[in-house]
Design a protein. Structure first.
Lengths: 296, 270, 359
């Protein structure tokens, strides 16, 4: 018995246990509780613990929840697309154009805006995009427009712009890491074998960068679904998302079970979307291999 | 592929986009005008003076500091256990265990907040207080702590600890004399990052706040009043500078730790 | 000489993988002992078992007659020099060397004296206050040595200490280590995969393959009388020719080597007896007989296939009639000696003393 206790495995488990137990009690158990809650109902001040699917039925039937959920998915998808597409050139630039001794500095510079107060950054976009805001007053002052632009605030566009900004570093970093790992001699080999820069990019760089791009997409997509602050501040009525409703149920409406249900549904939607994304990724690889691949 | 110049132009525009909100903070904090719009009115410190007068703000700052300090210490300690286990040992279930611990990185904060409310309030009937916020913050800071400490532990040559034991020390004294000093920069870096994360965090604090609001929650309240906005700018500027200083210090320590062990560093702690 | 380390049937398994299979050996006090073998043969595992960093699955390790089961590394009378040297980067040279003295009861002055002494022994006088980062590879190694030797262990264990150094430095350190061992007088156990290194430094060598000791002997014995083909091939280069062996009178063995000739060899030249089927002969035991008046015990005529010139030596590849593989023959390039060309015909001399009959 003593010998088992001395093994590496036992030592490792013992060492990781405080942190694991903490995560288990405060993350796994609570999430399980949320799931459980979604099957209960709130009777004014009491909690009715009979198992029921009422919450899920309500969520499926009431149009508002459906609308919010799909809108959230739509916005998240657009934000993810915009963020990742914009992030790729930056990551590419740092990986391929910046000298090695400056790379860490550039990465640091990229992440600096991220470390300021999230709340303030969202608010600042509100200030920038507002009717009398920085952008409009600036453009007016420069004489470029007569009337302030109204399509940039209190709607979905504002949410997309704001979140594309907020998540930028999250998207840039995974792509950068993957690009760094690409062996430069692979590219040289491709040129040596006669391919142009563009084709090399499509046949060598892009396929190898794909895991990083997908990771970036996942990293941006998931938190976006659950974002609360941005829709509230800059989304206007048409820009509210599912988490605003979740918060409403928990705090004002005191309907925790419904809130829990919505949260579960939101997470399920994320999982389903991720599964679809994974399939998409496989398709992309297949496409790339067959149309740009070696045995064309 | 974009040609070099086109790409460079794009990069600079993107950087402008990234830093635009951040630049605005000091710009309008020192602007004497009451409205956040161009043209600028004048240069002045009035909004900073206004900040100094608000009692409730000071309390909120103090609350946030308390939370951030406790969070950073707890998160770093828990991070050390997990990181050392992960980098030195292989044990059954390592994948799922580390997965669970790191999952807050990709979980929307609202899920964390919601599940904590469910467990702490509805199930256990506890009231909301500073400690509920701390519990939530530690949860999201631990993954960052682990990410940093992983780098520190990995760059620590295993044979250094073996050599220490070989020369007569015990496991504990080896930890004290060899491991701790060499990992210290990583520890400091982890403390600083956790501190910054906790200080700036909003959603969990918002959901789990009791009678004592944190700084972020207080700012949220202030945002309703247009007259208070310039003061918020001033506050934001101060927070920006503090965060920057702490981050630079954190990065400095992280690099120093790697340099001490003679390791090459590319691209931060990711 | 009495044994200082006794290994009795040492087994070490990692799950299904057996790293050490019933290893038994005795290491004598005061000798320079090497564990030699290719990577993965278990030599480092064996060393770490002696040091106490690996537990035994079965068997016994005795140091000075005491069973080391359950004794942790910090309580064993053995100290180790690690392959990476393991110099503590946050301590300077003096602090590194003095590290093991922390728990010993002596005044700071005494410790300083000891450090000075240890550094002098390894040729790093005055380095006490140097930072670890400024040290070269060779210097780090010496600091690691000083750090271990200052504790006057009964045994010093060295895990491939020279593999990280460049060739010239390595050769220098080989002589240094040998000299140091003789000077200090304690038992050294060295792990290496470099057979030249083992031959130069050791009193005795244990050649290991696949978790077992294939042969434990002095360098001379290992080189001239290898017990298996594996050992013969690992140490130096050996020519192998198929042969037919049969017992002859007086305990001698008669061998017929097609293409080379016949010979009568002694028992000591045939570790497996007359069932051996291969004759081994070292390249330097074959001579190119350039002029007619040069003679050897036995002779055969061959054609030069290839010449490889190495500066001080030339290696000839010589084809013989009736032999599929050409023989490798080495000759020192002494002044005036003619170097042959491909397709030259030449007489090759050999002696029965230098034959080895193996399985």
């Amino acid at each position: 018995m003593k010998k088992i206790l001395k093994t590496e495995g036992a030592n490792g488990l013992l060492l990781v246990s405080p942190t694991f137990i903490y995560a288990f009690l405060l993350l796994a158990v609570p999430i399980a509780a949320v799931v459980t809650f979604s099957f209960w109902t709130q009777n004014y001040l009491d909690l009715d613990t009979t198992f029921t699917l009422d919450n899920y039925r309500a969520a499926a039937q009431e149009p508002i929840y459906r609308v919010l959920l799909f809108r959230s998915l739509k916005i998240s998808a657009i934000v993810t697309l915009a963020t990742v597409i914009l992030a790729f050139p930056i990551a590419y630039y740092i990986s391929f154009f910046v000298p090695a001794n400056r790379k860490a500095l550039w990465i640091f510079l990229i992440t600096v805006p991220f470390w300021t107060s999230y709340l303030l950054r969202i608010f600042l976009w509100k200030v920038i995009l507002g009717y009398n805001g920085v952008l409009n007053s600036g453009l007016k002052g420069l004489g470029l427009i007569d009337e302030p632009l109204t399509f940039i605030l209190y709607n979905m566009n504002a949410v997309v712009i704001t979140l594309a900004h907020a998540w930028a570093p999250f998207a840039i970093l995974p792509i950068y890491v993957v690009l760094e790992k690409i062996d430069r001699s692979l590219l040289e080999a491709s040129y040596d074998l006669g391919e142009s820069r563009l084709i090399t990019f499509m046949r060598v760089t892009l396929p190898l960068a794909l895991p990083g791009i997908l990771a970036a997409a996942v990293i941006v997509f998931i938190p976006t679904i659950g974002d609360y602050v941005t829709p509230k501040l800059v989304g206007g009525p048409s820009g509210l998302m599912i988490s605003n409703m979740i918060q409403l149920q928990f705090l004002k409406a005191n309907n925790a079970p419904l809130g829990a249900t919505l949260a579960i549904l939101a997470m399920l939607a994320v999982v389903v979307t991720l599964a679809l994304l994974w399939i998409f990724g496989k398709l992309l690889t297949w496409f790339n291999r067959n149309y740009f691949g070696i045995l064309r | 592929m974009k040609s070099g110049r086109f790409l460079t132009l794009f990069v600079w525009i993107y950087l402008l986009f990234l830093y635009l909100p951040v630049i605005l903070l000091p710009l309008f904090a020192f602007n004497t005008g009451k409205i956040i719009a161009f043209p600028l009115k004048g240069f002045g410190f009035q909004w900073f003076y206004e900040l100094a007068k608000i009692e409730a703000l000071h309390t909120a700052v103090w609350t946030s500091l308390k939370i951030a300090i406790i969070t950073s210490v707890l998160a770093t300690i828990l991070g050390m256990f997990a990181s050392r286990a992960a980098t030195r040992f292989s044990f059954p279930g390592k994948g799922p265990i580390m997965g669970l611990i790191m999952v807050p990185l990709v979980l929307p904060e609202i899920i964390v907040a919601v599940s904590l409310i469910v467990v702490l309030i509805k199930v256990m009937g506890l009231g909301l207080s500073i400690w509920t916020i701390i519990l939530g913050h530690v949860l999201i800071c631990v993954p960052f702590s682990i990410a940093i400490l992983n780098g520190a532990f990995r760059s620590l040559d295993k044979s250094l600890e073996e050599a220490s034991v070989d020369l007569g020390e015990t496991k504990w004294t080896t930890f004290r004399l060899i491991t701790l000093p060499l990992v210290m920069p990583g520890i400091i870096s982890s403390l600083l990052i956790s501190f910054v994360i906790s200080l700036d965090e909003f959603i969990i604090a918002f959901f789990l706040t009791g009678s004592e609001p944190t700084l972020s929650v207080y700012i949220w309240g202030m945002l309703r009043f247009p007259g208070r906005i310039p003061a918020v700018m001033a506050l934001g500027t101060i927070m920006l500078i503090v965060s920057l200083l702490l981050l630079t210090a954190s990065e400095y320590f992280r690099r120093r730790g790697l340099r001490r062990s003679g390791v090459q560093d590319v691209g931060g702690f990711i | 000489m009495k044994p200082i380390i006794d290994l009795i049937n040492v087994d070490k398994s990692y799950g299904d993988l057996q790293a050490l299979k019933g290893v038994s050996a005795q290491i004598m006090e005061g000798e320079f002992f090497s564990l030699l073998g290719p990577s993965g043969c278990g030599k480092t595992t064996l060393l770490r078992t002696i040091a106490g960093f690996e537990d035994l699955t079965d068997g016994v390790v005795l140091i000075d007659g005491k069973d080391m089961d359950g004794v942790p590394p910090n309580q064993r009378p053995a100290n180790m020099v690690f392959q990476s040297y393991a110099i503590f980067p946050h301590l300077n040279v003096g602090e590194n060397v003095a590290f093991g003295l922390r728990r010993k009861k002596m005044s700071i002055l005494e410790k300083k004296e000891k450090v000075k002494e240890a550094l002098k022994m390894v040729g790093l006088v005055g380095y006490e206050n140097r930072s670890s980062h400024t040290l070269s590879g060779g210097q780090r190694q010496r600091v690691a040595l000083a750090r271990a030797l200052i504790l006057r262990p009964r045994v010093l264990l060295l895990d491939e200490p020279l593999s990280a150094l460049d060739k010239k430095l390595r050769e220098q350190m080989q002589t240094e280590l040998r000299r140091l061992q003789r000077q200090v007088g304690i038992t050294f156990i060295l792990v290496t995969h470099d057979q030249e290194e083992a031959l130069i430094m050791s009193d005795r060598i244990a050649v290991m393959f696949d978790g077992e000791i294939a042969q434990l002997d002095s360098p001379q014995e290992l080189y001239s009388r290898p017990k298996t083909k594996e050992v013969a091939n690992f140490i130096g280069i050996m020519n192998f020719l198929p042969a037919i062996a049969s017992d002859a009178k007086d305990g001698l063995i008669k061998v017929k080597i097609p293409g080379l000739g016949d010979a009568l060899i002694g028992e000591d030249q045939a570790p497996s007896g007359s069932i051996g089927t291969q004759i081994g002969i070292r390249p330097e035991m074959l001579t190119i007989l350039l002029s007619d008046d040069q003679k050897a015990e036995k002779e055969v005529v061959g054609t030069v296939v290839e010449v490889n010139y190495y500066g001080d030596m030339s290696y000839y590849s010589i084809a013989l009639d009736g032999v599929t593989e050409p023989l490798s023959v080495s000759m020192r390039n002494t002044a005036g000696r003619k170097v042959l060309e491909p397709n030259d015909k030449t007489r090759v001399g050999w002696g029965t003393e230098s034959l080895i009959l193996l399985d």
